[in-house]
Design a protein around this ligand. Structure first.
Ligand SMILES: Cc1cc2nc3c(=O)[nH]c(=O)nc-3n(C[C@H](O)[C@H](O)[C@H](O)COP(=O)(O)OP(=O)(O)OC[C@H]3O[C@@H](n4cnc5c(N)ncnc54)[C@H](O)[C@@H]3O)c2cc1C
Length: 643
């Protein structure tokens, strides 16, 4: 069967289909009510809400973090936007009569930060409306919450770490501090970076039969001779891997460091392995997905210089001098101390930052008062959009138009959004578009053509973070395994949820306890330019059903872990697929783009303010990082307030 389609393991043994009906009782009564938000039931819930002229988010039991199945860009969140792209006319909106000081389009970290900065620079009573198309706030900063064996367990549905390869932005550092996050203290107090190592669990590689001719799990690192000897590859391929990992040869001895770096920036890592190191083809298959996590594409679409930047092997002997590199901005020597924290992450990742922002903006909706107690806090979604509150957060609302009216008052910008199939109009003095930048030309037809073209080119990279709830992790323990690199499999890696203990939240400590497993899938088409790969990946993601994901997840975990006694029908309790067709913000890629001066880059041309509308989102910073999302919010608000 094709790589991206279903695999051949007989379905009956995999326990397929169990995840959907079983989640009601597996996750307890709260989920039973939350589950009613899925698929057709969501529609009937919405219809019920419409009958009572209420909104779904105001109804009892509304709690999206606990929904399983297809999440991320979930069904119902993107169809209106795609219809707009495809030329469907924007319907005449019913006038809500609501006016605000600021309307923010997009409730991700950038949009929530824009609301926070605007309020801080104007008045605590500033009236702000945040609109987001998803059923939950946070954008990529999404919380996956499970109740397993009577305990809450959390995973990040998208963004995880408070770190950046570039020096961490001072504005973001201050905001994070203001939200009560003491990065250093919390990281010392909560992280257990060596927890699994101390139990003797290591990383491994799974070679799949479709790519490598045989299914084989090898535990250990390629740098270890005994482990490498066990790889199901030819002697030549193993010698190549040994040569690459030790990397003691200078492959361009006649060139200066600067000349080498220039050359490496214009060749892919794949071509570096193939043309310069002249490796066996199986070696390339082994390394192919090593860049998936960082960039969402394989080594064919990432420059060798960028791979040196993330410390992929092969460069040790080349004596490359430290100095900035095109795509990432850092060098191996500079990476360790660029700010943020490699160790600290909240159990739900940067969803905690989003939740802290919401607590600050709408205090009634999020109980507690510290960055520790928020981890277990349950958001009251029905309090997010109350008429008496200065800041309102409206979910399930896709903005389809934002226009400058020319008025000088609180009707200066008119925003139309669709919710439950109906069109509504709201007005404000100011507007920040913190949504996907490539969509902005559809929202603002009045924009100049050159700006529209720049914005259209800012297409995000698709990827998937899957959370799998397991009854226990005894199979991992038996195999001596904590995570797997799987270069040919459906998900290119998976790992046990890192241990974090914070506030009253406790990660599982013994293999008999239930646990969450994080899996990453990056749909791309090796051999094409990055943007074409992204486009194909996005189409594939939107066409893939949850049933296909479930089959492939069960198949992959079974083939990797069955020697440790793993039984998918018995051991898998729930699956959440966080599908992000619009994932990482587009970053400059020296392989496919000219190195333009800053002022001519598409993100800079695209983010120019127009009238009372300014543009944020990490896209505007051309960096797929939280500090970029926050920085761009800061700039957009300053432009509106002319600070
Ligand atoms: C899987 C994944 C993992 C990541 N990991 C990390 C990490 O570890 N560390 C890190 O720093 N960064 C990470 N990132 C990058 C992440 O994108 C940024 O850090 C940051 O969260 C982006 O925030 P944002 O507000 O700019 O965009 P988004 O989070 O995309 O928020 C924009 C919001 O606007 C909404 N929207 C779009 N159009 C409309 C419309 N017309 N109407 C209403 N709403 C609309 C979107 O649906 C979305 O909810 C990751 C990203 C992904 C996808």
């Amino acid at each position: 069967m094709a790589k991206n389609g279903k695999r051949s393991t007989p379905g009956g043994k995999l326990g397929e289909g169990r995840c959907i009906p079983r989640r009601d009782f597996l996750q307890g009564a709260l989920v039973a009510s939350a589950t009613t938000l899925c698929g057709p039931l969501l529609r009937s819930y919405a219809a019920g809400a419409a009958q009572t002229s209420g909104a779904a988010q105001d109804l009892p039991g509304y709690y999206p973090p606990m929904l399983t199945g297809m999440r991320g860009s979930h069904p119902g969140s993107f169809e209106s936007a795609h219809a707009l792209r495809d030329g469907t006319a924007v319907p005449q909106g019913a006038d809500t009569g609501e006016t605000y000081d600021l309307i923010v389009v997009g409730g991700g970290i950038s949009g929530l930060s824009a609301a926070q900065f605007f309020r801080a620079r104007t008045s605590p009573r500033a009236r702000i409306l945040v609109l987001d198309n998803h059923d939950d706030f946070g954008g990529h900063a999404k919380r996956n919450e499970f109740h397993l064996g009577g305990k809450t367990q959390l995973l990040n549905g998208g963004t995880l770490s408070i770190e950046s390869p570039r020096p961490y932005s001072a504005v973001s550092e201050r905001l994070i501090e203001d939200l009560g996050i003491d990065v250093d203290a919390l990281s010392r107090k909560t992280a257990h970076p060596q927890f699994y190592e101390k139990l003797g669990l290591r990383g491994g590689v799974f070679f799949d039969r479709e790519t490598f001719g045989v299914d084989k799990l090898v535990v250990g690192r390629a740098t270890d001779a005994k482990t490498l000897a066990d790889f199901p590859l030819s002697q030549r391929a193993k010698e190549d891997i040994q040569r690459i990992e030790s990397g003691s040869v200078d492959f361009m001895p006649r060139l200066s460091s600067a000349e080498k770096k220039l050359r490496l920036s214009k060749m892919s890592y794949r071509d570096f392995l193939h043309n310069v190191l002249k490796t066996d083809p199986a070696t390339i298959l082994y390394y192919q997905t090593r860049t998936h996590g960082e960039w969402g594409v394989g080594i064919d679409a990432v420059s060798a210089l960028d791979c040196w930047g993330i410390e992929l092997p092969g460069f040790k002997g080349m004596k490359l001098s430290p100095g900035s590199i095109p795509r990432m901005g850092y060098t191996p020597a500079g990476y360790a101390d660029t700010g943020g924290s490699k160790n600290l992450h909240f159990p739900d990742g940067n969803a905690t930052i989003a939740r802290l922002l919401v607590r600050s903006l709408v205090p009634d909706a999020v109980p507690g008062g510290t960055a520790e107690d928020i981890v277990m806090a349950r958001v009251a979604y029905d309090k997010l959009d109350r008429s008496g509150s200065p800041v309102r957060l409206r979910l399930n609302s896709t903005v389809v138009r934002a226009i400058n009216t020319g008025a000088a008052d609180s009707a200066a910008v008119e925003v139309t959004y669709l919710r439950d199939g109906k069109s509504h109009v709201v007005r404000a003095r100011n507007c920040v578009l913190a949504c996907y930048n490539m969509m902005i030309p559809y929202l603002c037809p009045e924009l100049p053509a050159a700006q529209k073209a720049a914005l259209h080119s800012l297409v995000k990279t698709p990827l998937v973070y899957t959370s799998v709830a397991l009854r226990n992790w005894e199979s991992f323990q038996k195999l001596g395994l904590q995570g797997v690199y799987a270069p040919g499999s459906y998900h290119s890696n998976f790992r046990l949820n890192p241990k974090v203990d914070i506030g009253s939240y406790r990660s599982p400590a013994t293999p008999a306890e239930p646990i969450l497993v994080h899996m990453t899938r990056t749909p791309c088409q090796p051999g094409f330019p990055e943007l074409e790969q992204n486009k194909a990946g996005r189409a594939e993601l939107l066409a893939t059903t949850f049933a296909t994901f479930e089959h492939n997840i069960r198949d992959q975990l079974t083939r990797t872990l069955s020697a440790g006694g793993f039984d998918p029908a018995r051991d898998i309790e729930a699956i959440t697929v966080n599908r992000w067709p619009h994932g990482y913000a587009p970053e400059y890629n020296p392989l496919f783009e000219p190195d333009l001066p800053e002022a001519q880059r598409p993100n800079v041309l695209g983010r120019a303010p127009f009238g009372r509308i300014a543009i944020a989102n990490s896209d505007a910073g051309a960096a797929a990082y939280t500090d970029s999302a926050i920085d761009q919010a800061n700039r957009a608000v300053n432009e509106l307030l002319q600070v």
